[in-house]
Structure formats: structure tokens, C-alpha cells
Ligand binder design. Structure first.
Ligand code: F6R
Length: 699
């Protein structure tokens, strides 16, 4: 395979007074200036891409993007963006290209210099590279690596150090010589940091520069740890971490207070000097920042936006992370669309929100002047008719009967009326998720007489603060001392071992199994307390403690067949009429995404028995980005009292480091959104979307 010269060759050949690399950069700058001058609110001039309806693009990733024709969508996206179905597919495609690059260069006796990232994003890429090494003989003996960053103050053997991460996730499993691995050292004394950073830059240069730099993106838009304010020519240096970044790392460190405050990171300038850049992003929590970085203006407030000015930079994203890009969110602004019912609803909701006018007040000119005149033209309907039609569509999502209304006409209701009562299965990835996403709806389902089963997929023990386990152990010891009875005596050893295990692991260490077990049990109690706030009894709940969670830690979970079988058993035994589930668009490394995967794989194993109707599956959103109004198929209004009750349920999770009390604010925001569209004014709304299994959607 012939590689693009900008990638394979170390720039050396002089050309028109400069080298090839400079020339490409120069051209790319011209290219970017042109793009930036385009008015992105203008209507498109030409028709374009198939990728709006079929988002998956399997083109070459490591490809020079220097000078080229602008496609319609690139009027919005100022950096080449490839969208794959999921993170596994995208990572496999990238790994194959990296492997080809390494092989080609190794065959020529040359090193490949890779810049590497940590965090959850590159994990599937590293897994695939390891597989290629094991199964297809890919050798790393001719590879030199430079990692982007390291937390300052963490020793190498700390479980959350990036040094340790890289050993665990890649280096321990491939044949890379140790001396070819470079990671900033988070333990150098403060006064030596400057020299250490200079030395890091020098080493990159001596290695011939980075052939390829892999990047993730933080929610602040950082690449490496270049937080807002990092200049585009910033060098490797010490940086203070942004509050959002520290919050995002809180689960790894058992609480935000434990997350280091600073880090050593390659600078934006250092990164941009790589000959090729691939920024990966997965899950809908990244959707907003991906859009800003790809479509917004270049700014030091979002360091990833500087990739727009690089001659060979690609964003490689999954569908969830791509969902905010204009071509998916407002496809009619990018090219012609098929005006089916869903597209019309989306455009009308968008227009109403854009103009801050209720749907029923939109007029023909509003459509024409905002690029959706084609919607009217497609059916030769007037705004008035389109408005009513779509007002009704939104209106009909609202129901006080999440399990269907007995005896009612189902024509326009989100959930069917029969059977009644229904067997309703609610899957909660971590114990608090179901309450966060649908606490009010759980209460209603129970109140309306359905047989509700709330199944907690994982124990959630990693979220429980040490202090909760310590308190339990201390109470046991107190009992021994005050009660003096032999009965309590036997508990001394247990309590002592919990206290000493927590002491021994220190602030950031890993809990041994006994502590995780205790924390899981503490959470069970809280989850049941919350259940009773929502009207559920003890036997309405079930704890699965899926093994992937028990054996893993954040960002490093791995789903196993046993997890899928567990969910499959629940589906078989409970035989639900409706299922509520979440995690479909979450960060793929999160317990939510893996719990969803366990469900969707189990779903495929369901016996296709034509005598029993297929259950309806409803998606809810827990900690993830909420649904947008046009995505909602069922909206359950809540009264102020119901909202208070939901908050009370979430508050039961007292031992959890970061219980999400903003959930109620999100429900209120959604009610305000519906109100602004012209619907009735409710205090709060919980939202659901119908799940269409991938195969059914594509078949
Ligand atoms: C890690 C790094 C960071 C991460 C970013 C996203 O070396 O440099 O920029 O890539 O914070 O983190 P994840 O992948 O965990 O979402």
C-alpha cells in the first residue's frame, strides 16, 4: 500500500523554496481561510451527500487532506470528519491503517513514531492493535511512542497514572522495546518540570517528529490536556486542569477531590507538528464539543478547533458523537432531504425553537426565510397545515399513561393499551440511573397497577465513597465495645479488615473484593430505599451484579458472555410486555453503554416466538445528554409533587460520590421546551424514545 507522502516521508525534499511538508501546510492554510469565509447560515447551492441518510463512511482515515474541493457539508465541517457506526468499527478501521503504516515502514527498516493518548477513547483501538499483534503478527519493534500527557504528582505505579494505563492497555501486550516508549514523567520535582518538557520536545524531534498523533477530546475541547486558553503554538508544559476535566475524571479517582489539579501535556503546537492527526470521539456526551471543534471558529478556548488548520487531520467519530453535526442535526441546511414524517417534525421543532415562536404561529415566510421552504414545497402544503400536523405529532407524545391507557383507542398513543396490567421491566445500569432518568415514571407505572420489575444491572459499588464503608465498620467496632457480647465479638475481625484495607489502599487505590462487596451492599440498601419512595416493594427489585462491572474499573470494563446471559435469563423469566433501558448512546467504555450492549445482545437471543408479542422497548436518558424535543416518542408530565418525590428518591443515594441532583432541572427544562413549542405548561417532563433494534432498522 502506498502511503500519502506527507505521512510516510519525513519532509526532506525541497520544493519551490520549501519542503513538501511546508508546502502542504501552506496550501492547507489557504484552504482553511477559504472555508472560514463562508457564511454558514446560508442555504446550500448544490446537492450532496448520501452520508446524511447513511452516515457510515469507511474511507481511508490516514489520508492527506491538504487541497481539495469543498463538498457541501464541508461548508460546515472545517475538518474532515468520518462517521462510523460505533467505536469498535471505527477503531478497527484505524488500527488496520496503523498496522499497514507500521509494516510498510518496518519493511523499509524505518521507525514509525506514534503519538498516543489515554482515557477511554483509545481503548478499543489498543485492543485491536493487541489483537493484530497476537493474531496477525504485527510487530512493534520498529515503533517509537510519545504519550500526550501525564497527571502531575502521580507515581508511575498509581492505578490512575497514564504510565500504568499504557502498560495495562497496550505496552504489556505487544513487543515494543521499553526504551522506545516515552511518557511525560509526573514525578519530576517542580523546579525540573521546565527542563523535562524541553527534553520531551527534543526527544520527539530526535525521533524524526510524530508520524501520527492519536487524540481524544475532552468536554472542554482539550486535546492532550490543553485546556481553554492554550495557544496554538503552546509547547509541552505543566497545565492546571479545568474543573470540567476534573469532574469527568472523578469516577476514576473516587471523587473529584482526589483528581490531581495539574498535568504535564504536550502543547497544541507540539501536537500540530505531527504529520497526521486523528481525533477520535465516541458517545453523545461528546456530540456538542465535536460540533464546536469541527464547525465552530478556531479558538484557543477549544484547542481541538486548531485541527482545522492542519493539512492532515481527521475526526473519527461514532454516530452518537456525530449527532450534533449540522449534516445530521439540520440536514436540510446541507443538502436535499427526504421529507418523511420524522424529518418534518424535526424541522418544524427546529424552526419553532430558532424563531422562538410556538409551532402554530409559524407562517410561510418563516419556512422560506430559514431554509425549510422545501418542506412546504415537497407537499405543496401551507405552513398552517404543516404546523397543525406537527403540533399534533408533538402533542401526541404527551401521556400520563406510560404503560398504556386501559380501554383507550391506541391510534395516536405512544404505548398500546393491552395487555393490562403490563409486565414492565426497567433496567438500570448503575443503581441510581433509573431514578435519574425515570423516577417519576416508575412511580406512575406502579400506581397505575402494572407489575414493575426494577433490575439493577451492576452493583455500582465503584461509586460508593470510602467513608460509607468505614462508617459501617466503625459502627460494628463500637457495638463490640459497648455491647460486650460474644455475638458482636466475631464481627471485630471483619470490621478491622475493612478499615485496614481502606487505609492500605490510600486515597486513590483499588478496593479489594471484600470492600467492593460491602460497598455494593450499602448501595443495595439505598437503591431499595429509593424504590420505596417510588412505590416499589422489596420484591419489585432485583440486583444482578453483572460480572463485567465486578471485575473491572471505570474506562476499562470488558463485556463477557456471562453478562449477556444474565440479562437473557431476566428477559426469559420475566417475559416483559415493555422494557425501559438506557445507555444506547453513552460513552462506549461506560457501565451504561456496556449494560446496554448486554441487553441488546440478549435481545438478539430472545426466542422468536410468534405467539407472544414483541415487547416495546423504551430508551430513557440517565446521566447522558437528554433527548431533544424532536427525538421524543413519549413524554410523561410530572407535577411539582412528583418532581419533589423523584429528588427524594435520588437523595437516598447518600453514599454515592456524585449523585445527580440536576436530573430534576433537566426535566424542568424539557417541560419549558415543550411549553415554548406551544404545548401545555407542565412543571417537568420525563422523556422516552422508542428503540428500534439495529437489524430491524437496517433490514
Ligand atoms: C488523554 C488526553 C485527553 C483525553 C480526553 C478524553 O491522554 O490527552 O485529551 O483524550 O480527556 O478522555 P476520554 O477518552 O476518557 O473521554
Amino acid at each position: 500500500m502506498a502511503w500519502p507522502p506527507s505521512l510516510v516521508e519525513t519532509p526532506a525534499t525541497p520544493e519551490k523554496g520549501g519542503d513538501v511538508y511546508e508546502e502542504i501546510c501552506r496550501r492547507s492554510k489557504l484552504h482553511c481561510v477559504t472555508i472560514r469565509n463562508i457564511d454558514t447560515t446560508a442555504r446550500p447551492l448544490q446537492h450532496t451527500p448520501a452520508s446524511m441518510t447513511n452516515p457510515d463512511e469507511t474511507g481511508r482515515i490516514l489520508e492527506a487532506s491538504g487541497q481539495k474541493q469543498l463538498t457541501q457539508r464541508e461548508r460546515f465541517e472545517k475538518v474532515r470528519t468520518l462517521v462510523h457506526r460505533d467505536s469498535d468499527a471505527a477503531s478497527a478501521a484505524l488500527a488496520a491503517e496503523i498496522a499497514a503504516l507500521i509494516r510498510e515502514r518496518s519493511a523499509a527498516g524505518r521507525q514509525t513514531v506514534l503519538g498516543l493518548a489515554t482515557g477511554s477513547t483509545p481503548v478499543p483501538l489498543y485492543r485491536e492493535l493487541i489483537r493484530l499483534h497476537r493474531e496477525e503478527g504485527l510487530s512493534f519493534t520498529h515503533v517509537t511512542t510519545f504519550n500526550l500527557d501525564e497527571y502531575y504528582g502521580l507515581p508511575r505505579d498509581h492505578p490512575e497514572s497514564y504510565y500504568r494505563f499504557m502498560q495495562d492497555q497496550l505496552f504489556d501486550h505487544v513487543d515494543i522495546p521499553e526504551h522506545q516508549i516515552n511518557i511525560p514523567d509526573g514525578t519530576v520535582p517542580l523546579e525540573a518540570v521546565y527542563d523535562h518538557c524541553l527534553d520531551y520536545e527534543r526527544r520527539i524531534e530526535e525521533a524524526g517528529g510524530l508520524d501520527l498523533q492519536i487524540l481524544g477530546i475532552g468536554r472542554t475541547g482539550h486535546i492532550g490536556f490543553n485546556e481553554p486558553g492554550s495557544a496554538n503554538d503552546s509547547p509541552t508544559r505543566m497545565i492546571t486542569l479545568d474543573r470540567v476535566t476534573r469532574q469527568d475524571a472523578a469516577a476514576d479517582f473516587m471523587g473529584v477531590a482526589n483528581v490531581p489539579r495539574s498535568a504535564i501535556t504536550m502543547g497544541v503546537g507540539t501536537i500540530l507538528e505531527a504529520r497526521c492527526l486523528v481525533l477520535m470521539a465516541w458517545g453523545n456526551n461528546k456530540a456538542a464539543i465535536v460540533r464546536e471543534a469541527a464547525e465552530g471558529r478556531m479558538t484557543d478556548q477549544i484547542s481541538a478547533s486548531f485541527l482545522q488548520n492542519h493539512p492532515n487531520a481527521t475526526f473519527l467519530v461514532d454516530r452518537a458523537a456525530a449527532s450534533n453535526l449540522t449534516r445530521f442535526r439540520f440536514p436540510w441546511l446541507v443538502g436535499p432531504v427526504e421529507w418523511d414524517a420524522a424529518m418534518k417534525k424535526r424541522a418544524v421543532v427546529w424552526l419553532s425553537q430558532k424563531l422562538e415562536k410556538p409551532i402554530l404561529k409559524l407562517v410561510d415566510e418563516d419556512y422560506n426565510e430559514n431554509g425549510v421552504g422545501e418542506l412546504l414545497a415537497s407537499t405543496s402544503e401551507a405552513a398552517y397545515e404543516v404546523n397543525i400536523d406537527n403540533f399534533n405529532r408533538v402533542q401526541r407524545t404527551i401521556t400520563g399513561w406510560p404503560g398504556g391507557k386501559p380501554g383507550a383507542d391506541d391510534t395516536n398513543r405512544p404505548e398500546r393499551s393491552t395487555p393490562f396490567p403490563k409486565r414492565i421491566l426497567i433496567l438500570s445500569p448503575e443503581p441510581a440511573d433509573a431514578y435519574i432518568g425515570m423516577g417519576g415514571t416508575i412511580d406512575r407505572l406502579k400506581e397505575q397497577g402494572h407489575y414493575v420489575k426494577l433490575v439493577f444491572q451492576t452493583s455500582g459499588n465503584l461509586r460508593v465513597a470510602d467513608i460509607a464503608a468505614l462508617n459501617f465498620a466503625r459502627i460494628l467496632l463500637e457495638m463490640v465495645q459497648t455491647d460486650q457480647s460474644a455475638e458482636w465479638e466475631s464481627q471485630t475481625a471483619y470490621a478491622g479488615s475493612i478499615i485496614s484495607s481502606i487505609d492500605a489502599k490510600g486515597e486513590f487505590g483499588v478496593d479489594p473484593e471484600s470492600v467492593r462487596k460491602l460497598k455494593g451492599l450499602i448501595l443495595r440498601g439505598e437503591a431499595r430505599d429509593a424504590a420505596s419512595v417510588c412505590g416499589l416493594k422489596y420484591h419489585d427489585t432485583r440486583f444482578l451484579d453483572l460480572p463485567f462491572y465486578e471485575q473491572g474499573r471505570y474506562r476499562r470494563f470488558r463485556l463477557d458472555q456471562a453478562d449477556v446471559e444474565n440479562i437473557s435469563r431476566v428477559l426469559d423469566e420475566f417475559a416483559p410486555d415493555s422494557v425501559f433501558v438506557t445507555g444506547d448512546a453513552s460513552d462506549p467504555s461506560s457501565p451504561q453503554a456496556l449494560s446496554f450492549k448486554a441487553f441488546s445482545n440478549a435481545w438478539k437471543m430472545l426466542k422468536n416466538d410468534s405467539t407472544t408479542p414483541v415487547p416495546n422497548v423504551w430508551l430513557y436518558r440517565g446521566r447522558d445528554r437528554s433527548f431533544e424535543a424532536h427525538e421524543i416518542d413519549m413524554a410523561i408530565p410530572m407535577s411539582p409533587d412528583q418532581l419533589d418525590q423523584k429528588v427524594e428518591a435520588i437523595r437516598k443515594f447518600m453514599s454515592v460520590n456524585d449523585a445527580d441532583l440536576n436530573a430534576s432541572a433537566r426535566n424542568q427544562e424539557l417541560a419549558a421546551t415543550y411549553d415554548a413549542l406551544g404545548m401545555a405548561e407542565y412543571e417537568a417532563i420525563e422523556a422516552f424514545r422508542r428503540w428500534v433494534p439495529e437489524d430491524a432498522a437496517e433490514g
